[in-house]
Ligand binder design. Sequence first.
Ligand code: SF4
Ligand SMILES: [Zn+2]
Length: 259
Amino acid sequence: MNIERLYKSEDGLKQRFIIRGTTPAFMNSLRRAIMTYVPTLAIEDVEFRKNSSALYDEVIAHRLGLIPLKTDLESYELPSECSCKGEGCSKCQLKITLDKKGPCTVYAGDLKISDPKIKPVYPKIPIVKLLKNQELAFEAIAILGLGKEHAKWSPGHAYYQGYPEIEIGKCANPEEVKDACPKGVFLIKDGNLMINEEKIKDCDLCRACSDICDAIKVRGSRTDFIFSIESWGQLDVDEIINYALDYLKKTTKDFKKSL
Ligand code: SF4
Ligand SMILES: [Zn+2]
């Protein structure tokens, strides 16, 4: 297997790779492990002390659950794997409180979190608007969880496509084909349609080109892939991939052992 990184965003939350010499099964396992088996922290229980806002407790609790929290996988355990056996302790849960009085907008950044290392990834997420004398106060518990239980624990989005393989035959309308490609994959040289090798990685297999000219064949490779991953911010992409690969390694090892 050979891996080439195509792109890494400045904040480290988006990356794109070419992975060569593997199978769709491996790519899909990695994608699924990332989205469903990499734990992150999210609010799970909320006990309201006061809520005279326009939103019901349930709606606010739902909004709180969806706030991405910066996650430290070194310090926290999944409740099911914690030595407290899921009873709740400082290794598997953290306390979050809020006490606000209007007029104001309550933001994710207003949450008081018991562990200073854990912060909302986007402090400007609005939770609710309080009018004059309206109040909101609650105590909440955040725990590590998995995307397979609820999307709020998913660390991000991962997807792949086969590396584009494009064959060009004789086209009567090369200019039209070139203009139809939204990614600028074609160029015209001496009146002939050619591939712009710099741009082929951007091809998303939309097949707008082959719809115009039957002599163009577009396929996604079955051994080479373009893999993209976007983190929601709780973990950076390197942490997500490392955890997912460790998970796959551990499950295959356990499977081998039980055989
Ligand atoms: S499949 Fe779409 S993106 Fe790829 S070369 Fe054809 S038109 Fe361009
Ligand atoms: Zn515990």
